[in-house]
Design a protein around this ligand. Structure first.
Ligand code: LCS
Length: 393
């Protein structure tokens, strides 16, 4: 079915679907590594691109393609590439856009390994980077050099919830012939569409909201132009970053409920944030839906809703935060985010522990920062759980 002119929820259910020859309502899992050619000429035409046909699962597979087409449509891109993890998506972009001698600019607080690998591995290949507070556009402008090729944004940022103006950053970048990639993991296309705001590439860790059920690891890269799509595809297929068909099938199933899951998790998060903001033992809180968030107005403009991620600090710093993390029962003490279950974690010792203490501090990732990913449980239970843990501080 052509879903181009349908609403977002209809696209979530139907976008990318094949007309299966056997009439199955749900696209099957094509659990195969390779595909038969009708004859030698057919094989040659598939390889030359004269005829569209599946060849080998690293290069393409109907189950994976259904997911890719659906996410590309949801993000308003020309094409998407599903990969084995969010980090495979990040590296597909770095390897495609950056060459020896190039420079990239990014936000000081992004997912730890997205920064870690750029600062530790990529200098070996002659790529340099500058990490600044991108929520202030003048910092990006000051960091631009003649060899800057990429502005890599993550907004809201993990875990400081800093929000960068995608439209303004893209305008600035394009004046200098620089490409913009946005990691849209914290929002999903339901809450934010970076390509519509001017970005050139979008990526996700699909491990999070897109799949939403904490049962797969996956990533995806979405391109705005056919040229960029083909460059990304060259890197993805030849580096062997592809997703597995079974993972892709589970992810396509999870995607169907994206909007209703986010609606509910977000409503829960709004109530949890209001509760935490008033709690006498809570020192500070960062949630885009609160007026106290430094980029609250920008969040309202750029995002359809504040999402389901909250960072906060307990009075008494790290020791007090540990009491909360060790005494919640409904919320799981676990990394990852964006699933239907509420998770709590400590970025300084977990997701961002490989960054130097100095890098964490300048990025605003204090030792006392506790991160919550709010799930779709009953909000009264989530609040009661936090209330009990906070009462022990
Ligand atoms: N981008 C963002 C914004 C992320 O939060 C993560 C993972 C990735 C990329 C990488 O995705 P992966 O390879 O894990 O699928 N974030 C995690 C987190 O905050 N806790 O555990 C993983």
């Amino acid at each position: 079915m052509d879903t181009k002119n349908k609403g977002f929820n209809s696209k979530l259910i139907h976008a990318g679907a094949y007309e299966d020859a056997k009439g199955s309502a749900v696209n099957p899992i094509y659990q195969t590594s390779t595909f038969k050619f009708r004859n030698a000429d057919h094989g040659a035409r598939c390889f030359s691109g004269e005829e569209k046909g599946f060849i080998y699962t690293r290069l393409g597979n109907p189950t994976i393609e259904e997911l890719e087409n659906a996410v590309a449509e949801l993000e308003n891109g020309v094409g998407a590439l599903a990969v084995a993890s969010g980090m495979a998506a990040v590296n597909t972009v770095y390897l495609t856009v950056l060459s020896q001698g190039d420079h990239m600019i990014s936000h000081s607080s992004v997912y730890g390994p997205s920064r870690g690998i750029m600062e530790k591995l990529y200098p070996k290949y002659g790529v340099e980077s500058t990490y600044v507070d991108c929520t202030d556009l003048s910092n990006i402008e000051k960091a631009i050099k003649p060899n800057t090729k990429l502005i890599y944004l993550e907004t809201p940022a993990n875990p400081t919830m800093g929000i960068t103006d995608i439209a303004a950053a893209s305008e600035l970048a394009h004046k200098h012939n620089i490409l913009v990639c946005v990691d849209n993991t914290f929002c999903s296309p339901y809450l934010q569409k970076p390509l519509d705001l001017g970005a050139d590439i979008v990526l996700h860790s699909m491990t999070k909201f897109i799949n939403g059920h904490a049962d797969i690891v996956g990533g995806i890269v979405i391109a705005k132009t056919a040229e960029m799509f083909s460059e990304l595809k060259y890197v993805m297929t030849n580096m062997g970053f592809n997703m597995d068909p079974h993972q892709a099938w589970l992810t396509r199933r999870g995607l169907k409920t994206l909007a209703i899951r986010i609606d509910r998790a977000q409503q829960n998060a709004i109530e949890v944030a209001n509760y935490l903001e008033k709690h006498p033992k809570v020192d500070w809180i960062l949630f885009p839906g609160l007026k106290s968030h430094p980029q609250h107005e920008l969040a309202k403009k750029q995002m359809k809703g504040p999402g389901a991620m909250i960072s906060f600090g307990v009075k008494g710093g790290l020791e007090a935060g540990k009491i909360v993390m060790d005494n919640v029962h409904l919320a799981m003490l676990a990394v990852s985010l964006g699933g239907i279950e509420t998770l709590i974690q400590h970025p300084a010792s977990m997701t961002h522990s490989k960054l130097s203490k100095e890098a964490r501090e300048t990025a605003g990732i204090s030792d006392g920062l506790v991160r919550l990913s709010i799930g779709i449980e009953d909000v009264e239970d989530i609040i009661a759980d936090l209330d009990h843990a906070l009462s022990l501080v």
